[in-house]
Design a protein around this ligand. Structure first.
Ligand SMILES: Cc1ncc(COP(=O)(O)O)c(C=O)c1O
Length: 389
């Protein structure tokens, strides 16, 4: 059979059936596995045999989830984590040594920023930031200690786009490990490995679950790097639970269908917001006015489900808007069937200083909308009445 389409991979990647010939994969809620005899045990622990030993190392449900994401991303293999942040932390911690240096886009998720600025310095791991519009400056930041080039695209919450092809070229030229947090795009909309990424990370908590139920994370990519990450994680214990892996693998079956509607709704919401006199700086990757529209078109299938904008009138107007919302949820999550409005300055990025927020593109009045799967007229109706309140 020729390589199936991504929709088919999402539905048909499945672990071997048990003796019960189930159609839908069961949940393997087991912490450990049994062995035939002492020799079987020895060979399994020495990795002469590839098999499940203990669910901190591997489990049939997590293996299915990882295999599916890896295939959808065009990656060799991967490892699944309890959360997106444990994927980010374990991936970096497994690959970095004391004295190493990371170069990263300044616009990264708040907790990733906290890793770079508060925790990695404890282990003598330093970082340099570049602005999303200054990819050309990356080479001037490289030192002999630089090991990793890290970026998110689209960024959270500013919805900026980084040119993955350019990042891939720089990483290759300088032998850096390129790691892309692909959370906002999902494997359906963007495959960073095609552009030269060595590793791709997802918070599966977002659009991969898509229904606001479970936490999860995953890193896929080059098998030698994943081996390092696996060995680190097997010992330190950030593994995804089998139950959550089962949920997430099932969710992937509908990811393409859900994303098509999320993106269709989000584009309509972005067009509405752009035309509304109470807003400014509306950003959505597939709006022609987006500063990196051409790059977004080159590397993404569709624009995703996140729209950001500013309300004229600053922080007070922002607060009033959030209070007036009736249908959408006031929540810090994103990528749910239910539309969500967030005020990053007072929630997800509140730990940053005002100056750091502005550097990351988060103004006091910035609002992030995670566009859900309600009827788009109802979502727009809610935003409209809140903007006019
Ligand atoms: C871009 C990005 N990376 C990582 C994370 C962390 O994921 P989790 O909340 O699953 O730990 C998030 C969470 O919002 C995110 O938006």
């Amino acid at each position: 059979m020729k390589t199936p389409h991504i929709e088919t991979t999402a539905v048909r990647t499945q672990i071997e059936r048990s003796q019960y010939q189930e159609h839908s994969v069961p949940i393997y809620l087991t912490s450990s596995y049994v062995f035939e005899d002492a020799e079987d045990m020895r060979a399994s622990f020495s990795e002469e045999k590839e098999r499940n030993i203990y669910s901190r190392f591997s489990n049939p449900n997590t293996s299915e989830f990882v295999e599916k994401i890896a295939k959808m991303e065009g990656a060799e293999t991967g490892f699944a984590f309890a959360t997106g942040m444990s994927a980010v932390f374990s991936t970096l911690a497994a690959l970095l040594n004391s004295g190493d240096h990371i170069i990263s886009s300044r616009s990264v998720f708040g907790s990733t920023h906290a890793l770079f600025t508060k925790y990695f310095p404890k282990w003598n791991i330093s970082h340099s930031y570049f602005n999303v519009t200054e990819v050309d400056k990356i080479e001037s930041l490289i030192t002999p200690q630089t090991k990793i080039l890290f970026a998110e695209s689209p960024t959270n919450p500013g919805v900026d786009i980084l040119d993955l092809e350019k990042l891939g070229e720089i990483a290759k030229k300088h032998k850096l490990i390129l790691i892309i947090d692909n959370c906002f795009a999902t494997p359906y909309l963007q495959n960073p490995i095609k552009f030269g990424a060595d590793l791709v990370i997802h918070s599966a908590t977002k659009l991969i679950d898509g229904q606001g139920r479970v936490l999860g994370g995953v890193t896929v990519g080059n098998s030698e790097l994943i081996r390092e990450i696996y060995l680190f994680s097997r010992n330190t214990g950030p593994a995804l639970s089998p139950f959550n892996a089962w949920i997430l693998s099932k969710s992937l079956e509908t990811l393409p269908v859900r994303l098509d509607r999320h993106c269709e709704n989000a584009l309509k919401v972005a067009e509405f917001l752009e035309a509304d006199p109470n807003t400014e700086n509306v950003k959505y990757p597939f709006l022609k006015s987006h500063p990196q529209y051409e790059i977004a078109k080159k590397q993404m299938k569709q624009g995703g489900n996140i729209v950001s904008f500013e309300i004229k009138g600053g922080i007070e107007a922002g607060r009033k808007f959030i209070d007036a919302i009736q249908l959408c949820s006031r929540s810090a999550n994103l990528g749910d069937t239910r539309s969500i409005v967030t005020h990053p300055a007072s929630t997800t990025h509140s730990k940053l200083s005002e100056e750091e927020r502005l550097e990351t593109g988060i103004s006091p009045g910035l609002v992030r909308v995670s566009v859900g799967l309600e009827h788009v007229d109802d979502i727009i109706g809610d935003l409209k009445q809140a903007l006019n309140s």
